[in-house]
Ligand binder design. Sequence first.
Ligand code: CP
Length: 311
Amino acid sequence: HPHLLGLAGLQPWEISFLLDEAERWVDLGRSGAVKKADVLHGLTVINAFFENSTRTLLSFEIAGKRLGADVVNMHVAQSSVKKGETLIDTAMTLNAMRADALVIRHMSSGAVALIADKVDCPVLNAGDGWHEHPTQGLLDALTIRRRKGRLDGLIVAICGDIRHSRVARSNMIGLATMGAQVRVAGPATLVPQEVELLGAQRFTRIEDALDGADVVMMLRLQNERMDGTFIPSAREFHALFGLTATRLALAKPDALVMHPGPMNRGVEIDSAIADDPERSAITEQVEMGVAVRMACLDVLTRKARGAEGWA
Ligand code: CP
């Protein structure tokens, strides 16, 4: 079965194809009428989230339902994971229920790939540890492409806690694949040198990364993943790296402001910027998340459904 475990290894045409497929679903979501298609009618999608989520879990659930699938959410806190069942045994149990797609979020990098190896249906990575969050990378690319008309040649500055961010990794990989010039910036302890291997330019002053940028993407400090890393306090972080009107003025006059959420207002981003309808694409990112997840569920199940259109 085809899986979506990351954007690494995808060709530019494959990313473009998924974005084009997602475009088809945007209008359905905006219609005041019944928001339903029957593409996945009769199929079962299981969401198994071992880590908290608002946007990704709900948008995968809405995406599956808008396509006509039966969507079931496994509630990890109330599951037998709490009785010591292993990840693999849990995956084999879900597999035995004959799901047609599994959507998995896990706190460990590589856990989703481990499950994909064991089951008989497509697996979609909804975020694994520090590794990848491919549907987030796709929804960000779609948001940028719709607002700017292209990805190729754009300067995209990703700022904040890069080290712990699967969103940053998927964006670095996806946007570089599509020909964008990616810059990353944050405190030195939170921006590993390895970003250069992914084609990104590394900065430790946000001002340098913002200079002339077309897109500014802000990320929160992932305090739950710090494991002893030296980090600034929220106040210091805002003083040195927070997106303020003064700093945003360094980017292009029409630079787009993005944030994957959840936001910490007044820390990595000022509220006035996050809420500015001209500059901020934050709510549009959420909307594109549903369309992208509809496209991914559709495309990844095509082979099993005997439908055309996946590599
Ligand atoms: N952007 C994102 O993954 O948000 P959630 O953690 O709320 O799903």
